[in-house]
Design a protein around this ligand. Structure first.
Ligand SMILES: Cc1cc2nc3c(=O)[nH]c(=O)nc-3n(C[C@H](O)[C@H](O)[C@H](O)COP(=O)(O)OP(=O)(O)OC[C@H]3O[C@@H](n4cnc5c(N)ncnc54)[C@H](O)[C@@H]3O)c2cc1C
Length: 448
């Protein structure tokens, strides 16, 4: 599209572009770069503009992975791990489309190839988690910004989009109304505003699902808070399982292992964050402080430790003797108090099993939501084509990243989704604008 076809000048800035990207976080940056790369490949002129509410692009990326940015996960490209995503069928179809759109002879992962091409050096940690080699989230943002600048993508910050109006005719542009009353025009729009903002943008006759914070800490019932308060700030490595009472029967839903952090309101830590994707009020979180997923093994271990200590001490150990060297004293005190056991009484293996392996806390709901990593909800994926992220009802309108109702566990899954869906949307939007420009002349829609 040639810019002179419709052109608005506001405060000295031409506010007409080919592709407007709403939000310059992970998905927005990937989309902008992908569109500009595709245009360069097609030797087409394309004005790509990122409209960002914050004072700088990519701020959300800097917070990720405790400032280290766990930007992807190797398991995703292996296949089965895709089932961990919400709306996994849609995500699977999108990843397949990404492999087709960006065939990579050396990788089976176009997201990784995208970052390597941009110059990011990375390394892999436990569970396939990928981080920049520098261990700094800012390095990820630096390579993205440099690549976007190299390709001529424009950053327009402190610009909050309030509404996106669909064109009245197919040959007319979208209108993006800003919170300050000004507007932009664009032939195609990619909405990449993240989950938290999705309900605050009016979008061309489309309604998002209500969003709710997840992937965060869990609050426990007030009766269990005396226990978690007593252990505030204690970290334990454990296995933690989620159970749901279904018609009087406790049904196992999921188990995670890792570090759990006690807080006055309940429990936190990555393993709890992952459980929070499935948990609902009334569920039970069951902690096995022995870090064993298998309860039979846990029981056998307790019996064998009890026998070993009995032989060593010349008599059966007390609870205190049994726990010493196994867990930290504050945990010993708290679990014994909760179970009504005296530390100096002779330990009982069955009681120890209850205390250490079946520590059950009732879930009251999510804990503080400001530390949740993802908002669940947003635009239902079935309204979009998984191969392009284009709306099924509004040509030229694309949604990527967390604005769609897709979320995954901790470990790089959510950023991987943001990059992947952004790459697809940018690539497809470029093709859309290209086709539009060769088939018809976009016309000026008149003055406001
Ligand atoms: C503390 C924290 C740590 C995390 N760590 C990880 C991790 O290590 N690995 C991982 O995979 N995931 C992690 N996540 C999740 C991950 O950050 C998100 O899933 C991902 O950033 C979503 O990308 P997005 O581009 O869709 O949205 P965002 O990255 O949130 O970007 C949206 C952008 O849109 C802008 N915007 C919003 N509204 C408007 C508007 N009206 N007009 C214009 N611009 C607007 C915002 O300012 C923002 O820049 C973490 C999340 C949090 C909160």
């Amino acid at each position: 599209m040639k810019q002179e076809r419709f052109s608005f000048i506001i405060s000295g800035m031409n506010t007409t572009c080919d592709i407007a990207i709403v939000g310059a976080g992970a998905a927005g940056l990937a989309a902008a770069i992908s569109a500009a790369q595709a245009a360069r490949k097609a030797e087409a002129q394309l004005r790509v503009v990122m409209l960002e509410a914050s004072d700088r692009v990519g701020r959300s990326i800097l917070k990720t992975g405790n400032g280290r940015c766990n930007f992807s996960n190797a398991d995703i490209a292996e296949g089965p791990a895709v089932a961990n995503y919400r709306n996994a069928g849609f995500v699977w179809a999108a990843f397949e489309a990404l492999n087709r759109a960006f065939p990579e002879p050396d990788f089976n992962d176009p997201v990784l190839a995208f970052f390597e091409d941009a110059g990011l050096e990375w390394r892999q940690e436990d569970d396939g988690r990928r981080y920049p080699l520098s261990n700094k989230a800012s390095t990820v943002l630096d390579v993205l910004r440099a690549e976007a600048a190299r390709l001529g993508v424009e950053e327009v910050c402190d610009t909050r989009v309030a509404a996106i109006e669909a064109p009245v005719d197919p040959d007319k542009p979208f209108t993006l109304r800003l919170a300050d009353g000004q507007f932009w025009r664009a032939a195609a729009v990619i909405v990449a505003c993240g989950g938290a903002a999705v309900e605050h943008i009016e979008l061309a006759n489309m309604r998002p699902e209500a969003v709710q914070p997840i992937l965060g800490p869990l609050a426990v019932a007030s009766a269990d808070q005396a226990f978690t308060r007593e252990l505030d700030n204690i970290r334990v490595r454990c296995c933690v399982s989620l159970f749901r009472d279904e018609a009087g029967e406790l049904i196992h839903k999921h188990t995670e292992s890792g570090e759990l952090l006690f807080r006055p309101y309940g429990v936190s830590g990555i393993c709890v964050f992952n459980l929070s994707r499935l948990a609902q009020a009334g569920d039970y979180v069951q902690i096995n402080f022995l870090q064993m997923g298998d309860l039979d093994h846990s029981h056998d271990y307790l019996k064998s430790r009890f026998a070993g200590l009995t032989e060593h001490l010349g008599q059966a150990p007390t609870y205190e003797q049994f726990m010493r060297g196994l867990v930290v004293p504050r945990l010993t005190d708290a679990v014994l108090k909760r179970a009504g056991c005296n530390a100096q009484d002779t330990a009982d293996v069955e009681k120890l099993f209850q205390i250490l392996c079946l520590c059950s806390l009732e879930v009251a709901g999510m804990g503080p939501t400001d530390v949740c990593q993802v908002q669940r909800g947003g635009y239902a994926p079935n309204q979009f084509d998984a191969a392009t992220m284009q709306s099924r009802v509004q040509p030229g309108l694309y949604v990527a990243g967390e604005a769609l109702d897709v979320d995954g566990p901790c470990g790089g899954y959510n950023l991987h989704w943001a990059w992947a869906s952004g790459l697809l949307a940018g690539h497809a939007a470029q093709a859309y604008v290209n086709a539009l420009s060769s088939s018809q002349t976009l016309s000026h829609v008149g003055t406001e």
